[in-house]
Design a protein around this ligand. Sequence first.
Ligand SMILES: *[C@@H]1O[C@H](CO)[C@@H](O)[C@H](O)[C@H]1NC(C)=O
Length: 286
Amino acid sequence: MHLHHLLYALAALQPVTATSLINFSAANGDNPSTLGILNLEEARGDKISSNTADLYAKLGTDPNSTPALHYHRKEGYIRAEYHALHGQTAEDETYYIGYKFSLGTIEQSLMIFQFKAYAGNDATDNGANIPLSLEFKSGQLHLQYQADYTAKREPQWSKTLSTGTVYSVGIVIHTGKPGWVEFYFDGEKQTFSTSRSTRLEANTWTGQTEPKFGAYRGEEVEIDTYVYDVQIGTELSDIVVAAGLGGSGGSSSSCEWEGHCAGASCSTLNDCSGDLVCKSGVCASP
Ligand SMILES: *[C@@H]1O[C@H](CO)[C@@H](O)[C@H](O)[C@H]1NC(C)=O
C-alpha cells in the first residue's frame, strides 16, 4: 500500500472529533462576518446590503459597556439577522448551537433565533417553514416547533425574561424527518413542556434548513439586542462558552483529563475530570 493510501486508511479509522463550525466572540473582537450573511430588511421586502444608522448589526458594547455584537432596528423595520452555515447543513447530522445574548427591548412576535427552511416551503404563497425558533409572545420567550409550512409554531418551552440580562442558550438539533431537539438554558438542560422529556422528536429537516441570529419581526418598537458569543459545532464541547455550560464560562483552570472537562458529555460523576460533577449529562463545576 502506498504511504498516502495508508494515511487515508488510518484517518478513516480515527474517532469522530469535534468540529467547531463557528466560534464568534464579541469580547475577542471577532469580525461578525464570521457568523455568515448579514440580512437587513427595512419594510417587508426592502432589503439593504449594508448597515445604516437605523438598521445595523455591528461590534459595539451593550448598555453596561460589555463588548457585544449590537443589533439595532428602527421602529417599523423588520429584520437584522446573521444567516449562518449557508449551504453547509445536511440531513442526519447533529448540530450544537450556543448563543449568548441580552435584550434592550422585549416585544411581542420578536424572533431572536430561527432554524429556517430554505427548501420545502409553500411555493404558492411563500409560506415559510421555521422548524425551530425562539420567539417572544405574551412577554415570554418560547422555543417553538413547526412541523411543516402548513403547521403552526407551537411553544415547547417558555420562560419570562428581563431586559438588560445576559442569557445563554444551547440548542442541539439532529436533522431529520423525524429528527430531535435538546435545549439548554443558562447551562442547564431543559425539559420540554410537550414531550415532558429533555428530548423532543421533531421534523427538523424538510429541506435545506439553516440557523439565523438577531432580530426578526416585533416591528412595533425600536429594537436593540446584544450578542456576546455564538458557537456552532458537532459536539457539546464546541459550545461551552456560548451555551454557558461548565459554570465559569468554560475556563476550567484545573482540568487534566482531556475529553472529560467542563462541557463534555457524561453519565456519572466518574466520567468527569477532577472536581467536576455530571450535571444534566454534562461535566460542570460543582
Ligand atoms: C473558540 O475560540 C477561542 C479563542 O477565541 C478558543 O479559546 C476556543 O478554544 C475556541 N473554541 C472552540 C470550540 O474551537
